[in-house]
Ligand binder design. Structure first.
Ligand code: NAD
Length: 358
């Protein structure tokens, strides 16, 4: 069956809205960007300069029968109202992350999508990131044995970017901005209930919102994880550091530099004690040459449809969404738990949700 041609209007033609138009949807065989709507005069001018029709109001977008999809790429606080209005107008909706600030708002959107029998799909695009897929392959295929600890970090030195990201009322802050990606990846990878959450936030830059955080998550299957975002890190730690029963994997960056070191089987020479600082240690001495092997990171081969291929398959009824709303809801609830943990300085153990995946 050949897919039909769909018309999509971008609401919020800022950084990410225009990135969808110029990169993610450029040359798409099935979805055509047929216009944009932005409250800013400057962005309407930019849209016209880029060759896209501009609508004068959201109502004008929603009353246009030629529009099949609305893509929401506004600041986070208005995602909900735009999504509900678009779904009630009979449009399919794609929404940028974080889908909403509060989980109750996503529940309302999901109910509205169901009533109107329209697709509502969140752009959790970092499920397709190669660094993540490489670590997921190491995890799934037990390349370093059974994984028991995962550290996932992004660290910058440029502070919080832009304007609205500094403000609470717009849904600013780094947990909602970057945290949502890292947590989404972690929960997509680990199919186990969360048994405890402990978090702390940093406010180094003096904003109302967090400019970084650390969260420690323990899963029922015994895996521990540390997820960290920073915006004042002038030296960066690796993007991923993962320990398994047979080895350790590190991915330094988005260019997938890194390595795997695994333990060799059989009898190996014991490590020789080394002088370390003012002392002597065997425990912290490097393993003997024959005790370990170093290998390259595995290559990831495409196993799932791209985000927009999947969007088309979902509306045509030939596939399930790769980003399921129930999974997105679980991540939102986890972020609410992280805020609670940081505010109360408590380990939270009643994060009792249904498993993310069947
Ligand atoms: P931005 O400030 O560059 O753009 C937002 C645009 O929305 C602005 O042009 C603004 O005028 C417009 N706008 C504000 N309120 C509006 C309304 N009610 N109706 C119509 N237009 C409105 O911000 P951005 O960086 O593009 O972020 C937009 C969204 O995209 C956010 O939700 C953000 O989290 C998300 N985002 C996602 C990724 C990703 O990788 N998935 C990356 C960056 C941003």
């Amino acid at each position: 069956m050949t897919s039909q041609n769909y018309h999509l209007v971008i609401v919020g033609y800022g950084g990410m809205g225009s990135y969808h138009a110029k990169h993610l949807l450029k040359g798409n065989q099935n979805i055509e960007v047929s216009g944009t709507y932005d409250i800013s005069e400057d962005r309407r001018t930019a849209s016209m300069a880029d060759g896209y029709k501009t609508y004068e109001s959201l109502a004008a977008v929603l009353s246009d029968d030629a529009v099949d999809f609305v893509l929401i790429a506004t600041p986070n606080d208005v995602h909900k109202d735009i999504a509900i209005a678009a779904l009630n107008a009979g449009k399919h909706v794609i929404c940028e992350k974080p889908v909403t600030i509060y989980s109750a708002d996503l529940v309302e959107i999901m109910e509205t999508a169901k009533i109107n029998d329209r697709a509502f799909i969140v752009h959790q695009n970092r499920r397709w990131d190669e660094d993540f897929l490489t670590m997921k392959k190491i995890y799934d295929e037990q390349i370093i044995g059974d994984v028991f600890h995962i550290e996932s970090r992004v660290q910058g030195a440029n502070g919080i970017p832009g304007d609205w990201r500094h403000l609470k009322e717009y849904g600013g802050g780094m947990l909602l901005d970057w945290g949502v990606h890292l947590l989404d990846q972690l929960l997509f990878m680990i199919d186990s209930k969360i048994t405890s959450v402990y978090a702390n936030f940093s406010y180094i830059l003096g904003d109302d919102v967090d400019d970084g955080f650390q969260v420690f998550i323990t899963f029922e299957n015994g895996i521990t994880s540390l997820v960290e975002v920073g915006t004042t890190n002038f030296i960066q730690l690796p993007r991923w550091y993962t320990k398994g029963t047979k080895g350790t994997a590190v991915i330094h960056d988005w260019d997938i530099n890194g390595k795997i070191v695994t333990q060799n089987s059989g009898e190996v020479e014991a490590p020789k004690p080394i002088k370390a600082g003012q002392g002597l240690t065997k425990t912290m001495a490097p393993p003997s040459e024959k005790a370990v092997s170093t290998s390259d990171l595995p290559k990831v081969v495409k196993t799932m449809e791209s985000f927009y291929e999947n969007v088309v398959s979902v509306v045509e009824g030939s596939a399930e969404p790769i980003v399921k709303n129930e999974e997105v809801l679980r991540v939102l609830r986890l972020m609410e738990t992280i805020f609670k943990s940081a505010e109360t300085n408590q380990v939270i153990q009643d994060f009792d949700l249904v498993p993310a995946k069947n």
